[in-house]
Each structure stands twice: as C-alpha cells, then as structure tokens.
Design a protein around this ligand. Structure first.
Ligand SMILES: [Zn+2]
Length: 130
C-alpha cells in the first residue's frame, strides 16, 4: 500500500499546500490510499496534487479516470518510486519506459497523460520535481 499525501494550490496559485496526513494511516491491507486521500481531503479542490511512493494500481487508475471525468476535478500524481510494482501497468498504457523519478501522471477530463500536463490543464503551481 502506498503512502499518499494530498496538496491543493494556495489562493494565489503559487505553491501547493498540504491538506492531508499520510492517507494510508489506519487503512487495512488492500486499501487504496490515493482514493482515500481524494475522498477525505480533496473534495473542496478542483486541482489536486498527490505525492506518492508508488504508482496508482489499475483499480485506482480507473477510479481517477472517473473522478476527473466531468472536468470539475484534475489530479496530478508526483510518484517518487515504484513501491507497489505498478509501474509496468502504466508503461503498458503509454508511460515511457525510461521515465525517471519523480514521475508525473496527470488525470484531467477522464484522461491520464504522462510526464507533461495536457494543454487543457487548469492553472496551478508548478509540480515539484526534485
Ligand atoms: Zn489502488
């Protein structure tokens, strides 16, 4: 299970503010921390950043496609490592095989875009890259 933290832009859209603690706290085996932080902390925010030490699993990938489908929510994942061995799933969907970390996944309007924001990505602070 990944460690997830959710951020939203500050009012001036100049930086990301932490909105959650580790979303995996208190979750049982098989729980999906990224869905949990979005449900528990993301509802008020149209643009969200989720920092995670793993890629979204196939279940979470489909969940975030639906979550962003109406265009009222946009989520970018900043993935620091392949903690749950789900990277290959995303390579199968179009993530470039040699992409380094942090690896960015943009969920917007029901589509996942890898590494770079899609043209229609809403105004938001730059995504942290270390
Ligand atoms: Zn998951």
């Amino acid at each position: 299970m990944p460690t997830s933290e959710l951020f939203s832009p500050n009012p001036a859209n100049t930086r990301w503010n932490l909105r959650s603690d580790d979303g995996s706290k208190g979750l049982g085996k098989g729980a999906h921390a990224e869905q949990k932080v979005a449900i528990n902390y993301g509802n008020a925010y149209a643009v969200q950043l989720i920092e995670q030490d793993a890629f979204p699993c196939s279940d979470c990938h489909k969940w975030f496609l639906k979550y962003t489908a109406t265009g009222t929510k946009s989520v970018v994942f900043c993935v620091s490592e392949d903690g749950t061995a789900d990277r290959s799933y995303h390579v199968g969907l179009g993530l470039p095989n040699g992409a380094g970390y942090p690896c960015l996944l943009f969920y917007h309007a029901g589509v996942c875009t890898y590494l770079n924001a899609p043209g229609a990505w809403p105004a938001a602070p730059a995504v942290p890259r270390t």
